[in-house]
Design a protein around this ligand. Structure first.
Ligand code: ZN
Length: 88
């Protein structure tokens, strides 16, 4: 049996500021199963809030899963980017 030697490499995970985070909501209220209606993704919370209010008024559904999506970058801490590492 061979033993694997793992080396831990410190990585820094940062928010990717070249892209905008997005917000959305999914209706999770329903009789037998979650409704599943979705607001779509928006760069502002206002259209999502308006969609939830409209959906509640139309259906009576009053429970949502709110979704926040953002992008992240990963780089070696105090070192070259992963792309630079792959090339070497
Ligand atoms: Zn619904």
């Amino acid at each position: 049996m061979s033993r694997a030697v793992l080396r831990l490499t410190p990585y820094k995970i940062s928010e990717d500021r070249t892209s905008m985070p997005t917000y959305g909501a999914v209706c999770v209220r329903g009789d037998d199963a979650d409704c599943g209606a979705e607001s779509g993704q928006h760069v502002d919370t206002k259209p999502v809030d308006q969609w939830m209010a409209r959906h509640t008024a139309q259906t009576g559904h009053d429970r949502y899963q709110q979704v926040f999506l953002s992008y992240a970058t990963v780089a070696l801490k105090d070192g070259p980017s992963l792309e630079a590492v792959k090339r070497s």
